[in-house]
Design a protein around this ligand. Structure first.
Ligand SMILES: O=C(O)CCC(=O)C(=O)O
Ligand SMILES: [Mn+2]
Length: 216
């Protein structure tokens, strides 16, 4: 289920490393994420139109991405008012390794996909400097990842992401439309109750930050 580290795969310019994170590292990361979720519990955001999203979310880092009736933006605090917990050091190490950047990410968005969850085709573009790459890490159940191009009408390609896979969206693929069509619920034993967690690491500043927030 964790697979073994494989050759990088190119998916319309998005680079995917299958099994980049070995099983023990995935297990340690799940422990880190449990501690984060105790301090900053998962919540179900609504879109600006008031539609509940299919994933539950929380975040770590200086800023967290949130969505509600007021729009999509980065906030320095969880909706409960507590600051987001720090990004786990192992995740920061992975970011530096994969991107080759000295600059740390501002946000580690944590998405939980339960049975039937997915994420529609979208671009990540609430950040202030879209030249910084985006890195994602998959944990738990397999997920069908769809990637197109910066033009929404461009053809898409899909790949099943597995636990431990790492993806890099950089260069022209930074603004590629992408989404998660569906997950295979129960396909991995990593998360005891099933489901999938993805971590999405981004540099934000100054970005679309709530008034009064750092860099806003
Ligand atoms: O779950 C994933 O792998 C992708 C998540 C994503 O695209 C996002 O949070 O913007
Ligand atoms: Mn995205």
């Amino acid at each position: 289920m964790n697979g073994s580290a494989g050759q990088a795969v190119d998916l319309n310019g998005v680079c995917v490393w299958p099994g980049r994170l070995p099983l023990p590292a995935q297990q340690r990361l799940v422990g880190d994420l449990r501690a984060i979720a105790r301090a900053a519990p998962f919540f179900r955001p609504v879109t600006p139109r008031g539609q509940p999203m299919r994933v539950r979310m929380t975040a770590a880092g200086r800023l967290g991405w949130v969505s509600d009736r007021r729009g999509y933006r980065y906030e320095p605090r969880h909706p409960s008012g507590v600051p987001w917990p720090p990004i786990p050091p192992a995740v920061l190490d992975l970011w530096h390794e994969v991107t080759g950047l000295a600059r740390a990410p501002d946000c580690c968005l944590i998405n939980f996909y339960g049975e039937g969850a997915g994420m529609g085709l979208h671009q990540d573009r609430d950040e202030g400097d879209l030249s910084f790459p985006v890195v994602s890490v998959s944990l738990g159940d397999e997920a069908l990842f769809r990637v197109g191009a910066a033009d929404r009408r461009a053809p898409t390609r899909s790949l099943w992401l597995r636990s431990g896979d790492v993806a890099l969206m950089a260069g022209p693929a930074r603004l590629a439309f992408h989404g998660i069509d569906r997950i295979r619920f129960g396909s991995s034993a990593l998360l005891p109750g099933g489901g999938r967690i993805s971590l999405t690491l981004r540099v934000v500043a100054p970005g679309r930050v709530a008034p009064g927030g750092p860099g806003g």
